[in-house]
Ligand binder design. Structure first.
Ligand code: C2E
Ligand code: CA
Ligand code: CA
Length: 847
């Protein structure tokens, strides 16, 4: 089954469970809040309803209480007002005796009916009977407000018979129900008008005490009169703004007081439990998401690895039939995975089947790096490394799984790397390392002496100039062309390698020793042919050093070194030459090496000395300057020419010390001379490649005390070839010091006359070779000297002729209007003391 991103892994991206759990949590929390708020609201509503019911019931009861009180008062009053005996003793004439005996009337009425007072008012408006129950009304007694009694009796007389007049009056600020009715006979009809009858008045003060019984009886708390309209109430008298009020019982509130805290407690507990459970489920969801992410990442990683790895992955059942091949399989082999699913692994891969048996026998649990081969869809053979693991379900082996690492490319790459490491990129020829291996191989293999071979060390002459002229890229192309030419000439039998730069090596094969000169000549000839590079026709030269295997040496390192010595010798011979190594060469090189060491000592042992060759004005009579020339008196070899040891000093770096010595020596001696003529010192062109030249000259001038304008530096044209710009800058530095500059050996180098103007030379020294044959009409030396003189004139440079050996030469130079002359004819190089004497003489002649 190929590993694919499942639907889940793309649709349920990371954090989905956490989000879902959070959403469910918020929903449940909202639901709970809603439920508890609903329950609370319902509870409050129910309580309110209960309160309202209770209030209505109380109201009804209070009303009943009041009404029954009023009724009772009226009934009681009518019972007593319709009384024959009372009528007889109170109408028209009031019988005080009867009334006096009737104290019991008041007592029985007030006590029995819980009234507060009984009054009988005579027709003349006097209170003829009065009984008050003091205990209940207080000690103050009931005092009638002015006019109340009159109005009461009048109203009582107006009501129809059998009725009582009832009203609310105030006694001592306390409301009281007052009923009044005229006293009438019960058993007969009286014809006495109602105005002449007495009126019975019953007073029932509405007070807390009096209402207490009722309150208790009807179950209404705190029934009492009140002067406010505070609920609940029943209006007793609109005109007096008096109400009957009571304490409402609020059973709903009691219910709330009990149930609401319980509800809140339940909500809190439920909330806490829910929060804990939801918190745990969110945590669990986060964990699930994390593990999902880990699984997903690891799946992706596996997929990436499976796709990116050069290996492909396979899986088989226990009978080794393939049921999975990774995508890489198709890329590597060109087959589709489907083409191989269901087929045996060993049909696809060729490998040692015994390995599987080792697995089956339990000798090992996995195998790796088993070499295998297989063919790809194009039929190409691939090699690889096979790894095999067993797959178990519990203890049961259900199949095998492993990888195939295709090593075909690695093998090819290794071969390619090996080729690269052994060959030169530019020419495609074997490189130095490979050449050495081949040489070593040839030398160590057992060959007869007749089958000896030679090695040819080839070096293109002055290739540096080609580099400077064409630039590196074009020069590289020239080298590649040279390599092709050499290769074509040598053929497949001879081994050709590029050792680096412009050096090549040939290892001959099947060539007799006598054939060597011919081969070398042919090589020189092929290089001599003009080679076209862009706009240039190049004429290259070649030097060849040859060493013979087994004859000169059988050690590869030594053989190469000997060929190099021969090459060096060939180069010293000049352009286009080849040399077979001989023992003398080694000797010469050794001598040179010895000289190098001796020179080092010579500087320390003060074996060097300076001689001075005067320079004359063109008349040849007057010394105007002197050239300092170095001399070395070698302890065994005697006097040595600078032409021998200066090149050694240049190559070994000792030239700096040598020049410093000469500068100091020349400057110091010049200071002793009787005439302030200049002294010229020869410097090597390699000294112009270092940036300390000006400092070195300054030191010599300062330490000697010589005026800078008395020092002249002589330098050859090669200074402009190697490091043109740097040398020019240095020359200007020297000019700034006040020192003079002169171009030595002019005309021998490659420099054209024209670029002299780019350099700040004060003078030109025409090389000895032009002066030598001045008289010989077969040469055009005169014309050359003439041209140089003209050039010097035009550039304001003085022109000196070197190597003047005859009077004739001097004469010709005078005719050619040369400025100065130097040479054996005028004066040979001489010790400083001699020159000093000459100058004394000259100064004496002058004066
Ligand atoms: P150069 O600078 O061209 O010096 C002139 C050379 O020609 C000197 O040789 C001098 O003795 C020689 N000579 C002068 N007049 C005549 C003549 O009329 N006929 C002939 N045949 N030769 C004449 P020397 O002293 O052997 O120097 C050879 C070269 O060595 C010099 O050539 C110069 O390039 C170099 N050299 C000498 N001394 C020094 C030095 O102190 N430093 C450096 N860097 N090079 C030096
Ligand atoms: Ca010189
Ligand atoms: Ca010279």
């Amino acid at each position: 089954m190929p590993i694919q991103k499942t639907q889940d892994s793309t649709s349920l991206h990371s954090g989905s469970y956490t989000r879902l759990a959070r959403r469910v949590c918020y929903l449940l929390a909202a639901l709970m809040v809603f439920l508890f708020l609903g329950a609370g609201t319902l509870l409050v509503q129910i309580a309110d309803q209960i309160n309202r019911h209770e209030s209505e019931r109380d109201h009804l009861l209070a009303q009943n209480v009041l009404e029954s009180r009023k009724d009772e008062l009226n009934k009681t009053l009518l019972d007593y007002a319709f009384w024959d005996e009372a009528f007889a003793n109170t109408s028209k004439v009031v019988n005080p005796d009867w009334l006096g005996q009737q104290t019991l009337l008041g007592w029985s009425l007030t006590e029995r009916y819980a009234l507060n007072a009984v009054f009988i008012v005579s027709p003349d408006m006097s209170i003829v009977y009065r009984y008050e129950r003091r205990r209940s009304t207080g000690d103050t007694g009931l005092a009638w407000a002015p006019g109340d009694l009159e109005r009461l009796t009048q109203n009582a007389r107006t009501v129809s018979e059998g009725q009582a007049f009832q009203t609310l009056l105030f006694f001592n600020g306390k409301p009281a129900l007052v009923s009044a009715a005229p006293i009438r006979p019960l058993s007969f009809r009286s014809d006495i008008p109602v105005e002449q009858t007495s009126v019975m008045v019953l007073v029932d003060v509405i007070g807390e005490h009096s209402l207490k019984d009722l309150s208790d009886r009807f179950g209404i708390q705190g029934l009492r009169p009140a002067h406010s309209s505070s609920e609940p109430n029943i209006l007793l008298s609109p005109e007096h703004d008096v109400y009957l009020t009571w304490e409402t019982s609020r059973p709903g509130d009691a219910l709330l007081q009990i149930l609401l805290p319980l509800l809140i407690l339940a909500a809190v507990i439920f909330g806490l439990i829910a929060w804990y459970l939801l918190h745990r489920s969110i945590q669990a969801a986060v964990q699930i998401d994390q593990s999902r992410r880990i699984v997903q990442k690891s799946e992706e990683r596996f997929k990436d690895i499976a796709e990116a790895a050069s290996d492909w992955i396979w899986e088989t059942d226990s009978s080794l039939c393939l049921h999975y091949l990774s995508e890489r399989f198709a890329l590597t082999t060109g087959f589709t995975a489907g083409a191989w699913i269901g087929k045996p692994l060993n049909e696809l891969l060729t490998f040692d089947y015994a390995e599987i048996e080792r697995l089956a026998n339990g000798e090992c649990t996995s195998l790796s790096s088993i070499p295998c081969q297989h063919l790809d869809a194009q039929g190409r053979e691939h090699s690889g490394n096979l790894s095999i693991n067993q797959v178990f379900d519990g203890d049961v082996l259900v199949g095998y799984r492993g990888t195939v690492c295709d090593t075909t490319l690695t093998v090819e790459a290794q071969e390619h790397i090996l080729h690269l490491s052994r060959h030169d990129l530019l020419t495609g020829l074997p490189n130095r390392g490979y050449a050495y291996e081949v040489l070593q191989g040839r030398l160590s293999s057992n060959v007869d002496e007749d089958e000896g071979f030679a090695i040819l060390y080839l070096d293109i002459n002055d290739f540096k100039k080609v580099n400077d002229l064409l630039g590196h890229h074009a020069a590289d192309r020239v080298l590649a062309k040279v390599a092709v030419q050499l290769g074509e000439l040598l053929g497949p039998d001879n081994f050709l390698a590029r050792l680096g730069g412009d050096e090549f090596l040939v290892i001959t094969s099947g060539l007799p020793q006598s054939g060597l000169p011919r081969l070398c000549e042919r090589l020189l000839a092929v290089i001599e042919q003009p080679l076209v590079s862009g706009e240039y026709d190049l004429h290259l030269g070649l030097s060849i050093g040859v060493a013979q295997a087994f004859i000169d040496s059988d050690d590869p390192q030594e053989l190469l070194r000997l060929a190099d010595i021969a090459l060096h010798d060939a180069k010293c011979q000049g352009r286009q030459s080849w040399r077979l190594y001989d023992a003398d060469m080694k000797k010469r090189i050794q001598e040179r090496r010895d000289l190098e060491l001796d020179l080092k000592l010579a500087l320390q042992r003060d074996e060097l000395s300076a001689v001075y060759q005067p320079r004359f004005d063109i008349s040849g009579k007057r010394i105007i300057g002197a050239e300092a020339l170095v001399r070395w008196h070698h302890p065994t070899k005697g006097w040595l020419s600078p032409a021998v040891f200066v090149p050694i000093a240049e190559e070994s770096g000792q030239i700096i010390a040598l020049s410093d010595w000469m500068l100091m020596r020349a400057c110091r001696e010049a200071c002793l001379w009787a005439e302030p003529i200049f002294v010229s010192v020869n410097l090597s062109s390699i000294e112009f490649k270092r940036d300390d030249l000006a400092r070195r000259i300054t030191t010599a001038l300062e330490q000697s005390g010589l005026a800078p304008e008395r020092l002249e530096i002589e330098v050859t044209e090669s200074v402009m070839m190697d490091n043109a710009e740097g040398a020019r800058a240095l020359m200007y530095e020297l000019k700034a010091l006040g020192v003079k500059l002169s171009m030595d050996d002019f005309g021998t180098g490659y420099s054209s006359l024209s670029y002299l103007s780019h350099y700040p030379f004060d003078g030109i020294k025409i090389d000895r070779s032009f002066v030598m044959n001045l008289a010989d009409s077969r040469t055009n030396n005169q014309a050359i000297v003439n041209a140089i003189v003209a050039l010097g004139r035009s550039l304001s440079m003085s022109v000196t002729a070197e190597g003047v050996e005859t009077a004739e030469q001097l004469e010709t130079l005078q005719q050619l209007e040369c400025d100065q002359a130097q040479g054996y004819f005028l004066a040979k190089p001489m010790p400083g003391l001699f020159l000093a004497e000459l100058l004394v003489k000259q100064s004496l002649q002058q004066s």
